[in-house]
Design a protein around this ligand. Structure first.
Ligand code: GLC
Ligand code: MG
Length: 424
């Protein structure tokens, strides 16, 4: 929460399955387009929040399979749990808030009386979320009777039906919308109300998000009928909510443009990044562009031209060094020559690079230290480096940078088991 000094320029609160993540897009292209846009233009002054029906465990599983960026906040189990930052610190106070008129044992006792309710897996069940599958033609009747019975027992619950199959029983104060309202209150108390908020969703459990009055909203083109119908009945005339014409991540980008919330042209949609606007880039944007070029070079999607190689060399200081994760150190100019021989080695392959968590800190009047994770995926194989990069501004070309030094380290989860990693 404290990563930004002031108010976020944009706070995106997005559902994951079938909103940020398109399970029908094996190359994850729309997600990669969103990622490039976010890291190039928004990471440094905006907030990314994921709000999912999944439990934290199941969310982590999804992250291992899909190229998801690291969010600032993650809201899991349909707004019943909130965790902050990269180390995912749980908000225990939020959990306590949800205890009011909630008794999990009573809920399971009452729901067990309905043979139509098929319990979901153990991992989907949480202290403040009891979840089932139920056929669409039975859902309305079951929900009506169940909510009466729970009310009679003195409970205050919320029933949410999603994707024509999932029924969640939650404390009344829970849900994705309430969790967001709680976060916005916290920002307000800190004097850091986000300038713009955009909520994004596709199914029943997202409806709640669209009830936040100060937020813009996008229902992606592939939104489920239940959400579209709910919107038709409740918020039809709200001009700040759109049904995108594009699917998933592309629909989110579309909404950023439609509501003029900031840049909405993903660097991935620019064919020739060297010819594109090169004025006033922030240093993070430069890194996004570099790796896009690198990916296209290796996939032979840019021609093998000496001019490109010269362009690259012109942004690296002649004595700049690159320390490869293996520990081998070379001059950057030499690395560029080596890279030039790899033109097309990944041609026709599902080979993508994305950068995550870009941050840059000024360490002098014209020098910045950048840090980022560089992810590389080739088919099923995935690997990640933690990179640090030192750049200085080119005196005669504002918004352009000279690369001075880069060092990369493999990020290997098994190493985290080593007890000495916390010390120098
Ligand atoms: C996710 C959760 C599931 C929940 C559904 C709808 O799929 O895993 O437990 O019922 O979202 O909220
Ligand atoms: Mg969804």
């Amino acid at each position: 929460m404290d990563r930004l000094n002031g108010s976020a320029r944009l706070m995106i609160v997005s559902d994951l399955d079938c909103t940020m993540v398109d399970h029908d897009d094996p190359g994850n292209l729309s997600l990669l387009r969103f990622n490039a846009l976010w890291e190039a233009y928004y990471r440094h002054d905006s907030l990314l929040v994921f709000s999912t029906g999944r439990s934290l465990t199941s969310y982590k599983r999804l992250r291992r399979r899909k190229p998801l960026l690291t969010p600032d906040i993650v809201i899991t189990s349909v707004g019943t749990e909130i965790a902050y930052g990269e180390s995912m610190v749980t908000d225990n106070f939020w959990k306590e808030c949800l205890e009011h008129k909630w008794d999990r044992d009573m809920v399971t006792e009452e729901t067990a009386k309905f043979p139509e309710l098929i319990p979901q897996s153990e991992t989907a069940q949480r202290p403040r979320k009891v979840s089932f599958f139920v056929e669409p033609d039975k859902a309305v009747a079951v929900m009506e009777v169940l909510s009466e019975r729970l009310e009679k027992r003195g409970l205050n619950v919320k029933l949410i039906y999603s994707s024509g199959t999932a029924l969640d029983v939650l404390p009344e104060g829970a849900g994705k919308g309430q969790a967001l309202a709680y976060l916005l209150e916290k920002f307000k108390a800190d004097g850091k109300i986000p300038i713009n908020v955009l909520v994004c969703g596709d199914s029943g459990n997202d409806a709640d998000l669209f009830t936040i009055p100060e937020a813009y909203g996008v229902m992606v083109s592939n939104a489920k009928e239940e959400l579209l119908q709910w919107h038709e009945e409740n918020l039809k005339d709200n001009p700040n909510i759109i049904h995108a014409t594009e699917r998933c991540g592309a629909g989110i980008i579309e909404a950023i443009g439609k509501f003029s919330l900031g840049p909405s042209l993903s660097p991935r949609d620019i064919t020739d990044i060297w010819k594109s606007e090169r004025e006033n880039l922030n240093p993070g944007h430069e890194v996004v562009n570099f790796y896009l070029f690198y990916e296209r070079w290796r996939r032979a999607e840019v021609e093998k031209s000496e001019q490109y190689i010269q362009n690259l060399k012109s942004v690296c200081h002649p004595s700049a060094a690159f320390v490869h994760p293996s520990g081998i150190e070379r001059h950057m100019h030499q690395c560029i020559d080596i890279m030039s021989t790899f033109h097309g080695d990944k041609q026709g392959k599902q080979y993508y690079i994305w950068v995550d968590r870009i941050s840059s800190a000024p360490i002098g009047s014209d020098t910045w230290l950048l840090k980022f994770d560089k992810w590389e995926i080739c088919g099923e194989e995935r690997r990640c480096c933690l990179a640090t990069l030192l750049v200085s501004s080119m005196g005669n070309s504002p918004g352009r940078f000279t690369w001075l030094h880069m060092q990369q380290t493999w990020l290997d989860c098994s190493i985290a088991e080593d007890q000495t990693t916390g010390i120098f």
